[in-house]
Design a protein around this ligand. Sequence first.
Ligand code: ZN
Length: 292
Amino acid sequence: METGRIIKGIGGFYYIDFHGKTYECKARGIFRKNKLVPMVGDYVSFSITDEAQQLGMIEEIKDRETELIRPAVANVDQAVVVFAAAQPEPNLSLLDRFLVLAESQGLEIIIVINKIDLVEPSRLKKIKNIYSHTGYPLIFTTRTQKDTIDGLRSLLTDKTTVFAGPSGVGKSTLLNNIQSNLVMETGAISTKTERGKHTTRHVELIPLDSGGWVVDTPGFSSLSVDFFQEQDLSHFFKEFALPMETCRFSSCIHENEPHCGVKEAVESGEIALGRYESYLQLLAEIRKNRRY
Ligand code: ZN
């Protein structure tokens, strides 16, 4: 029995990477009976049924460290959230939404601000002032800036990384500068269906020469946060963690309560006002959805 990793799943077949070779495998019926479905990213034990054809059978799925739902990938370590400094204008409220979703999945996070050559340094400083408080690594780059791309590449080594961000921010170009021909420029790995009308996306782990894997995705396909509980939301704003400890009420949701550590931190500048406003906006969204 060998241990490999599922890098792609199409039509009941799972493609398993085993020391750089790919085996086409089926899963034992027992998984279906136990309602356990193999996922891309799973580490599995498998038996080779035909070495020449590179065919096999999945015998066991190893326990998952993490399990993303959208995109459906297991054992992801970190998310690189890519935004542009301009073209398109950065929507920081949307960036915060990406961060909250990645944080709620327990991922390490790296923020990349691309296309910095298109704006004045003062604009970048503003972004830096807001996000330096989060403690997330913050990388300012252009798609061809060699030193930052080298730095980013080394952060990906031996990790499984989801790349997320809105369209038009230069995510694919950035990935292809990390390693040539890593992804298609459209960002989508798509195949036409028989009718030719729809395109289907397959989530796929793409190997890095330097070790590690990347998953290219158009984003967390749903950016809704309505499945969160009000009480949980503040835990997904990383820089709120310390100030929250000084809230008088343990049930504080940092809105109208007196002696709130978070609100005090906003006043002292320890938490950026923009981040707090994003928090309130998402909080309102959770409440609105709960009402229906
Ligand atoms: Zn509070």
